[in-house]
Design a protein around this ligand. Structure first.
Ligand SMILES: *Cc1c(COP(=O)(O)O)cnc(C)c1O
Length: 407
């Protein structure tokens, strides 16, 4: 058995919990729980060379993950995602090294599968059979798929204007799927009530401890792909913030294991649309806890999170890293999607499109230098957002002669 978990710990009040039991939030302060590991033992018993020859999936980092028994793993093969260096897109911004880590290759077409693979595997380990989640879209799709794979009953609650593909994929995977005439926060309240009334396990972002551990693999993987020397700047589209928080945790743990070649860590840039920017707003005001963003509206559905339970964890990570949180114009999203796709063939999801807007601002203000190594996470497949793509197509009438000169 290879489990190095020591306990769970509240991210706010540091209260400790037994990791062998099922937990959601800290019962004292209703804030998220960290999974803590015996890093000293890990350092001794998990040498870097142990990775050699292991399959290219998130499970290659098993010792740094919370599974007590690997036979409980529920997987659709969460592959290591490629890092694409861009030349033409980098040229558009006048920067030297612009990389895209393409998470759209993961099961269900978004990086939500990292967190859900872990959460559902742990749920299976605990003998849980019914899971529920409020979703802006992709979390529901991923949970539905992993619950199906595990033979669990799944309940998904989504705002009624969630992208159509997400509605269909949840239903297709057999999840009982509800369209709610409210926001994701209303969906979250419904799941909380269902937990009490029906005994569902609540898999909401950061309301159980293991989705962060799944998202942590983004940081582990990235470090290994960069040969343990991290890029200088990471741009991350932020909704609930699990990915940013998870990566920052990954870097701290890798540092404790002595695996990183340099003490210099990336500046974490939290990117949001000005249609829903609670974290960027709190950052600008110097606050640690974010106010609920009123009337959130963005086609980047994964960013439509007006209030994040882990707001302080995101803001702490951004500030510790020397990064910033900022918002970019909602109206520019289609432009950035088209730019990336047409220059590089990389179909960025609308969430990631805001990172290009952020990059432009950062360069203008000298907060990122053109010669720095910049990495953007493409958190999902553009193909999941037909509503966000404004195509300009031409028609051909096969009954008329074709005017080749106009083609
Ligand atoms: C959920 C989601 C996000 C936001 O991720 P968080 O880790 O919750 O901040 C970004 N992009 C896509 C495609 C998503 O599905």
């Amino acid at each position: 058995m290879m489990n190095f978990v020591t306990h769970l710990e509240c991210a706010n009040c540091q209260r400790r919990y037994d990791a062998a039991r099922v937990h959601n939030l800290c019962t004292a302060c209703q804030r998220p729980l960290w999974v803590r590991y015996d890093l000293k033992a890990l350092k001794k018993e998990f040498p870097q060379k142990a990775l050699f020859g292991r399959p290219p999936t998130i499970w290659r980092y098993l010792e740094m993950l919370p599974m007590a028994d690997p036979k409980n793993i529920v997987s659709l093969t969460e592959t290591i995602t490629p890092i694409l260096e861009t030349k033409r897109l980098a040229g558009e911004f006048g920067v030297k090294h612009l990389y895209v880590k393409d998470e759209s290759r993961l099961p269900t077409g978004s990086f939500k599968s990292r967190g859900m693979a872990m959460a559902i595997s742990k749920a299976k380990e605990f003998g849980i059979t019914q899971v529920a989640v409020p979703t802006a879209g992709n979390a529901g799709g991923a949970m539905a798929a992993y619950a199906a794979r595990a033979g669990m009953k799944a309940y998904v609650f989504m705002p009624e204007d969630t992208p159509s593909i997400n509605q269909k994929e949840c239903d297709l995977a057999g999840a009982k799927t509800f369209l709610v005439n409210g926001l994701i926060t209303d969906c979250g309240r419904l799941v909380g009530e269902g937990k009490k009334m029906k005994g569902w396990f609540d898999v909401s972002t950061l309301k159980e401890p293991y989705r962060i551990e799944g998202k942590k693999t983004m940081g582990l993987e990235l470090a290994e792909q960069f040969d343990w020397e991290l890029p200088e700047v990471i741009l991350y589209p932020t909704g609930g913030g699990t990915g940013l928080i998870g990566m920052w945790k990954a870097f701290a743990e890798l540092e404790a294991l002595g695996w990183l070649k340099s003490a210099k860590k990336p500046r974490m840039i939290s990117c949001q649309s000005d249609g829903c920017a609670p974290i960027a707003t709190a950052f600008a005001k110097g606050e640690r806890f974010a106010k609920t963003f009123e009337n959130p509206a963005t086609i980047a559905s994964g960013l439509r999170v007006p209030a994040a339970v882990g707001d302080f964890m995101i803001l702490d990570a951004v500030r510790e890293s020397g990064g910033v949180a900022l918002a970019t114009p909602e109206a520019d999203i289609p432009k950035w999607m088209r730019l990336a796709s047409s220059k590089e063939g990389i179909a960025l999801c609308p969430e990631t499109a805001v990172c290009l807007g952020a990059l432009e601002i950062l360069l203008q203000h000298g907060l990122v230098k053109p010669e720095e190594q910049i990495l953007i996470f493409n958190t999902g497949a553009a193909q999941k957002y037909p509503e966000a793509i404004r195509e300009e197509l031409s028609r051909i009438d096969i009954n008329k002669p074709i005017e080749w000169g106009n083609l």
